[in-house]
Write a protein that binds this ligand. Structure first.
Ligand code: ADP
Length: 398
């Protein structure tokens, strides 16, 4: 089967066409500036060059039309016609409490996703636009929704409730949902596989450290706690997001700076994290590493603060699961940033485990960093959310 995986944002659309038999990416690409002047599609067939073409894309339907055009193009295409696209898998950010697994999309599902818009006003409406655009252009192709929140629906109440008046949970469903679920599921499953063990027998902490970042406690195969909350703002310090702060800071600074609470949340989302902490140097850890090498104190502090927060979450999840067998690093920073992995693992040595510096110098590959008889296995497991979505799509469509 060929599965088209779609990740639709408000003005962008990322796609991959994956063959389920070989699990290879046949082609991938990105539509940018949808609905804005200067829109363009960047397409790359397997083993071929990346080519960007400026095309008018007034809406997402136009974008999906260009995606199909590229995929079936005689030169840069990888299939002869639309008939060779067997299913579409959509990444959906928020499934609320309605979805604890992926589902085949029908009108009822679309309605239920719409009902979660409130919880992810920037993401879910865009995801739905992607679904509707595909429905229009490929009415007979089955589609599946894969939710970022679904894997975390196994969290117990004590992990998902906030210490707020209970009526807010009842009235507005204010609770911890967690995100990056597809990645935490994929990485924890793969980590067990690499170790030759069953995930159901392990206590795994997955650190997904990308621009957005979260840590999850996967206890015997089930997510029992995760660092992101009602929204992806909670938890770790991220590229531009603050992660955990004292909620009173919002009104305190809003008053001082004469801005609204919404402005302040926007600052917490877009101008905080290591970008804010470093005094605006960058949200990218490569830039921060160079600045730290030149002894920029703010960059050094930003990286220290980041590592400390990740270590604190690892510690609290080891307690939540009453133990830990595996710590797995993934995503851009987790897979590639050896210094950050070393800084975080320095806090973990008391658990009776340490990493081999030579193995830790490897980037972007599956590798076990700890020694074979260490109490806790520390490893790098590259994530692949698109492949996970394609697998889910095949599982449901077959
Ligand atoms: P996103 O959440 O947007 O998918 P990524 O998972 O790509 O983000 O993570 C982005 C972060 O990963 C950046 O801070 C970047 O510095 C880091 N990163 C990505 N690739 C590398 C690399 N080869 N070496 C070091 N750091 C990297």
């Amino acid at each position: 089967m060929n599965v088209l995986v779609i990740n639709c944002g408000s003005s962008s659309l990322k796609y991959q066409l994956i063959s389920s038999e070989t699990e290879k990416v046949l082609a991938k690409g990105l539509c940018e500036r949808i609905g804005i002047d200067g829109s363009a599609i960047t397409h790359q067939p397997e083993g071929g060059e990346k080519v960007t073409t400026q095309v008018p894309m007034p809406d997402h339907t136009a974008a999906v039309k260009y995606v199909i055009e590229k995929l079936t193009d005689p030169e840069v295409g990888v299939v002869k016609s639309l008939d060779e696209i067997d299913a579409v898998g959509h990444r959906i950010v928020h499934g609320g409490e309605k979805f604890n697994t992926s589902v085949v999309i029908n009108d009822e599902v679309i309605k239920a996703i719409e009902e979660c818009n409130d919880l992810a006003p920037l993401h879910n409406p865009a995801n739905l636009i992607g679904i509707n655009a595909c429905k229009k252009l490929m009415p007979n192709v089955p589609m599946v929704a894969v939710f970022d929140t679904a894997f975390h629906q196994t969290m117990p109440k004590k992990a998902f409730l906030y210490g707020l008046p209970y009526e807010y949970y009842e009235k507005y469903k204010v609770r911890r949902y967690g995100f990056h679920g597809t990645s935490h599921d994929f990485v924890s499953a793969r980590a067990a596989e690499i170790l030759g063990k069953k995930r159901e027998d392990l206590k795994i902490i997955v650190c997904h450290l990308g621009n957005g970042a979260s840590v999850t406690a996967v206890d015997h195969g089930r997510s029992i706690d995760t660092s992101m909350g009602l929204t992806p703002l909670e938890g770790l310090i991220m590229g531009t997001r603050s992660g955990d702060i004292d909620p009173a800071i919002i009104s305190f600074i809003a008053d001082k700076e004469n801005i609204s609470a919404d402005d302040m949340i926007n600052i917490c989302n877009k101008k905080s994290g290591v970008l804010g902490l470093s005094g605006g140097i960058s949200s990218d850890f490569r830039d921060l590493a160079s600045a730290a090498e030149s002894n920029d104190q703010k960059a050094i502090d930003a990286l220290d603060t980041y590592a400390y927060r990740v270590a604190k979450y690892i510690g609290s999840y080891a307690m939540a699961m009453k133990g830990v067998d595996v710590i797995a690093f993934t995503a851009g920073i987790g897979e590639n940033n050896c210094q950050m992995r070393a800084a975080i693992c320095d806090y973990v040595t008391w658990l009776g485990t340490s990493i081999d510096p030579e193995k830790n110098a490897i980037r972007g590959e599956e590798v076990i960093l700890s020694k074979p008889d260490d109490k806790v296995a520390i490893m790098v497991v590259p994530t692949n959310e698109e492949l996970a979505i394609a697998r889910e799509t095949v599982r449901l469509v077959k």
